[in-house]
Ligand binder design. Structure first.
Ligand code: MLT
Length: 387
């Protein structure tokens, strides 16, 4: 092949975590078609979309059937009807305007694409364990990553480092540990960013699972955060949009040219989330939409409580699952996490996520998601108990 290839890809683990899990499951299922697999690996929702969302999307399809209401290319950064609702409801009282909100097809793409805004010489601070997208997308650009250990001792919220980083990724409620962050600890991270001139990329994809009133839903609840943080949110877990695709990123004006750069980047490389998905997302902000998606999240949180207590009942040390859909547990007898993954798959037909897939801080742990039916959750717990 004539063109030189991006050699940075050689720094990546050969297969993306969830692709590797799917591949192992496929091999096992082919060899054992009689086993009913219970998938608690990737955090993919299982409950259907809320009726308010379905109705709004039906109406949006009908709009597209008539010349006078047809929608082709939309505004690159999202329709005003959605941006305004986000500003009014998700950021009520926080002084975030619709023009600081950029609609997209989801948090994963935004998190991956935000790397375009920053020079490759920047030093990147990434907690471990963590959602692998932050690491992989920076490695693809050849950047230097400084890892920040998050441990049980700090409630998986990380020790504030004694070294500077230029870009810092934070995710709370956390994927994979299910840990939530207090206002005080998040303030300490904002202070760190100010002291070091860092920008925080705050992944808030799971904020809708927060039930403790004292916990912050947005980093912009913290004083000084608008001067140092970008926030990324998604409707995937909030409202079951993993297949529909819609999310958004908030870049406050206080960050100077970054908002305009993101507009330029998206205008060039992205044509916007579909009209139908944005109409569906807007329906989440109606009173009935709010009620319906909250009920879905409540059901997942009840699953999470069952999983956590089920793991504890069989003697495993488990955390998370209280303000998040993920439960994080130590593997039995310090078993390595892929070995435990294989054991659960082969002996129980249950797919979990091996902790080491989230980085070095995850070795010796595994993650279970609460995104499943109640019956499957109960059956999976029975099978793990029998292991
Ligand atoms: C996960 O399981 O960690 C998430 O579903 C992955 C994602 O949101 O891309």
């Amino acid at each position: 092949m004539r063109p030189a290839l991006n050699d940075n890809f050689s720094r990546l683990v050969p297969s993306y975590l969830f692709s590797e899990i799917a591949a192992r499951q496929k091999v096992f299922s082919a060899a054992h078609p009689e086993v009913k697999i219970i998938r608690m690996g990737i955090g993919d929702v299982t409950r259907p979309l809320a009726p308010a969302v379905i109705e709004a999307m039906h109406r949006a399809v009908d709009d597209c059937a008539r010349p006078e209401t047809f929608h082709g290319y939309g505004p690159e950064h999202g329709y005003a009807f959605l941006r305004e609702r986000i500003a009014q409801q998700d950021y009520a009282g926080l002084g975030i305007g619709p023009d600081e909100i950029f609609i997209s097809d989801g948090a994963k793409s935004d998190l991956g694409n935000l790397v375009d805004l920053f020079d490759d010489r920047n030093v990147i601070g990434i907690p471990t364990p963590v959602y692998p997208v932050y690491v992989d997308t920076n490695l693809m650009r050849g950047r230097t990553i400084r890892y920040i250990d998050c441990t049980e001792a700090d409630g998986f919220t990380g020790q504030i480092p004694d070294f500077p980083v230029d870009i810092l990724y934070l995710c709370y409620p956390n994927n994979p540990t299910g840990a939530a962050i207090s206002r005080e600890k998040l303030s300490a991270w904002v202070d760190y960013a100010h002291a070091n001139g860092s920008v925080i990329i705050y992944d808030s994809a799971y904020e809708a699972f927060i039930r403790e009133p004292s916990l912050p839903h947005s980093i912009f609840e913290i004083e000084g955060a608008k001067e140092c943080a970008i926030e990324v949110r998604s409707y995937s877990k909030t409202a079951g949009f993993t297949g529909i695709r819609c999310g958004y990123t908030v870049i406050p004006k206080e960050l100077g040219p970054l908002g305009a750069m993101w507009e330029r980047r998206q205008g060039c490389k992205f044509n916007g989330a579909s009209y139908i998905s944005q109409r569906g997302a807007a329906a989440i902000y109606t009173p009935e939409g709010r009620r319906q998606v909250r009920a879905d999240i409540d059901a997942y949180l009840e699953n999470a409580a069952l999983i956590r207590s089920g793991l504890e009942a069989i003697g495993l040390h488990a955390t998370g699952g209280e303000n998040a859909p993920y439960i994080w547990a130590r593997t039995p007898e310090g078993m390595d996490s892929w070995k435990f993954f294989d054991l659960c798959l082969e002996k129980a037909g249950v797919v979990i996520t091996p902790g080491c897939g989230f980085g070095r801080g995850g070795e010796g742990y595994f993650r279970i998601t609460a995104f499943n039916s109640r019956d499957n959750v109960c059956e999976a717990m029975q099978r793990l108990k029998a292991l």
